[in-house]
Design a protein around this ligand. Sequence first.
Ligand code: ATP
Length: 673
Amino acid sequence: MERRAQGRSRMDVGVPARRRREMAAVTSGAGRCRLSKVGAGRRPPPARVRVAVRLRPFVDGAAGENDTPCVRGLDSCSLEIANWRNHQETLKYQFDAFYGERSSQQDIYAGSVQPILRHLLEGQNASVLAYGPTGAGKTHTMLGSPEQPGVIPRALMDLLQLTREESAEGRPWALSVTMSYLEIYQEKVLDLLEPSSGDLVIREDCRGNILIPGLTQKPITSFADFERHFLPASRNRTVGATRLNQRSSRSHAVLLVKVDQRERLAPFRQREGKLYLIDLAGSEDNRRTGNKGLRLKESGAINTSLFVLGKVVDALNQGLPRVPYRDSKLTRLLQDSLGGSAHSILIANIAPERRFYLDTVSALNFAARSKEVINRPFTNESLQLHVLAPIKLSKKELLGPSEAKRARGPEEEETGSPEPPAAPSSASQKLSPLQKLNSMDPAMVERLLSLDRLLGSQGSQGTPLLSTPRRERMVLMKTVEAKDLEIERLKMKQKELEAKVLAQEAADPKEKENYSPTMLRPLARRTVTVAKPLKKAVVMPLQLIQEQAAYPNAEIHILKKKGRKRKLESLDASELEEKGEDCWELQISPELLAHGRQKILDLLNEGSARDLRSLQRIGQKKAQLIVGWRELHGPFSQVEDLERVEGISGKQMESFLKANILGLAAGQRCGPS
Ligand SMILES: Nc1ncnc2c1ncn2[C@@H]1O[C@H](COP(=O)(O)OP(=O)(O)OP(=O)(O)O)[C@@H](O)[C@H]1O
């Protein structure tokens, strides 16, 4: 009894016994865990990530005749963009909020950011992410200028004011605010307040809170305090960007503001609310770089983290059981602030200029994926004919403005284009005509097509992506269906080939050595009889030996050969030079190889980054590159496609194949049935 009383902490005083038991249960086995989330043991329902889109104005002077916008707002939640495939339609999107080119910094802040700040004082987390191509206005939205301060200064001012009020004398809680500032560059977490710290690790405590041990935290009590730390750190980042060329647009800048609350009286509870304010890396870098070496690696990292971010948001909004937070540093960092009980807003920044068209479509699709999608068939709302033209039509075939005018009804002639009934201030201006897209660069068309393919492949997973017109969606679905059929056909063909191999082997076992079916081309080059020195065996001989012992009838034969290794035509020169050692001879049936390949292919196409890491020669980075590539290009059709992944060479692909194929084949063929 006495011991128990001694064991009671200061926090237990005055707490009813039942409550104490609950607290003990929560903290048992993890003494360092805080009590602030007592009662949060139940998994909170996933919160929907809210998505706002902000269209910036033309920035280099007034829009001239050749500078009509590609995109325009319809009302406070929706917008439309010229459809490059069909000049009679526009693509319409609906979001939680749409801010047109005349919207002010205050509109965005008051409409989408300010409402979530109060949750920080309730001990909840929040995040604001600015997404979009370089030059579309992310930094303007987040930082702004002294004349037009953006989300960050406004949020900081309000938050500091709120905490001062809440922690005034006589109020039940004492509040304190700290700030940290970091960037994620090439999957490295770098402290901008203490740049010499190097790559920091992200950890999760026993309650699911995400921590970065070693990250500088500066206490701030006033806005002047904040500026004192933030401004030099921002300059620090900019200097880095100049020196390293494009670095700033290739890193995610993350400002973390923590609000700590301590109850002044019993039961002396504590709360912590975290706010992430993030200026993401420019999304257009993904496919336009054409870079090599370091730049290629950077691009891969940005690709991966933005795709993972999209997937995380997607999973949260669809209520999927698995949210792939761990697949990138950015999402790992945001794990406790994106989804769960957190409040998150993604602000997709877009630009009106034609040269941004592709990036705008891409950003809108990303944003559309990031919200509950409203698939509203688009009927009777075609764009005036002169606005868009099919890419292949000659100028002669295009309708001129006068015909287009005639094609519009008399009502529209008056106003220029249909105006929504309840347009808010941000979109209340008359709708301007949209940009003609009649002479598009073939490279852009190619990229748009690949974007479509990407949408098609994602659509096949049951994720409706954007509120495209019905016809557009049907085309996408048909593409997906055709792809599925093609995959089925290939699978059947592969089975037929495998059966043929087996039949051939049964008929004439000698034939086996010479058989080299097309499906197995890369490995067949090495023939079915592969000699390897024991030390260099990359096919996990131990595993195979064990499996062989357990399943003597399995089709893997491991024979220890005495004497010097004989020369094999089919081996690499380096391997040919291996001499003077006892070696293992592995005799593997083509059927097994085919099975191994299929298993690898399945993993490549369906495995998460974590699954992929379970493969030999695949670490965190390669796993993410593979996932990113798959997202971008759709499923791998053969394992050799790995070579096409940025950062994986042909040699690495071959070594990966060698290292995994037999292990996987053996796992499948020799495992207990
Ligand atoms: N809503 C806006 N109103 C007026 N000017 C804007 C607006 N949005 C952006 N701009 C201007 O457009 C230019 C590009 O914007 P900004 O630098 O914010 O783009 P960004 O997306 O952050 O680009 P990066 O990825 O390169 O940092 C700047 O000159 C900025 O002042």
